[in-house]
Design a protein around this ligand. Structure first.
Ligand code: ADP
Ligand code: MG
Length: 142
């Protein structure tokens, strides 16, 4: 299994619920290391650039409005198989379909307010990490 990096975002709903620590604990307990963090409040335009791949989808405007509705915590996770492992810990996009014990099953209310973002491939992870972080912001312990 390759060592990978992936981007996680704790979305405005989960930040507002004060469950940042619970979410990071799940990453750490499953062998992922947090190598960079940044709390920011995205503008709608910035959220639109981050989610440009979804431009034109029916939920795009609501997604951009939601992602800019409050502060988020972006972080880079590093570890074995990090992209897929993070997706497994997150659970399905729609929390109603998320497996019990996953972050979205525990903390998400709706498909819009679904607690976390996670990169879906190593290629997209590199693009998404560069959106929030520069090389000097990342501190690998490998
Ligand atoms: P994921 O976040 O699991 O990678 P997607 O990349 O497909 O999911 O979608 C990005 C985000 O857009 C989702 O997390 C969710 O908040 C929102 N979204 C996706 N599909 C829908 C939908 N059918 N209705 C409303 N919001 C959606
Ligand atoms: Mg996605």
């Amino acid at each position: 299994m390759a060592i990978e990096r992936t981007l996680s975002i704790i979305k405005p709903d989960a930040v507002a619920k004060n469950v940042i620590g619970d979410i990071i604990r799940r990453f750490e307990e499953n062998g992922l290391e947090v190598i960079g963090t940044r709390m920011t409040h995205l503008s709608a335009a910035e959220a639109g650039r981050f989610y440009a791949v979804h431009a034109g989808r029916p939920f795009y405007n609501d997604l951009c409005a939601f992602m800019s509705s409050g502060p988020v915590l972006a972080m880079v996770l590093e570890g074995k198989n990090a992209v897929l492992l993070n997706r497994q810990l997150m659970g399905a996009t729609n929390p109603k379909e998320a497996e019990a014990g996953t972050i979205r099953a525990e903390h998400a209310d709706t498909i819009d307010a679904n607690a976390v973002h996670g990169s879906d491939s190593a290629e997209n992870a590199a693009i998404e990490i560069a959106f929030f972080f520069g090389d000097l912001d990342l501190h690998s312990r490998l």
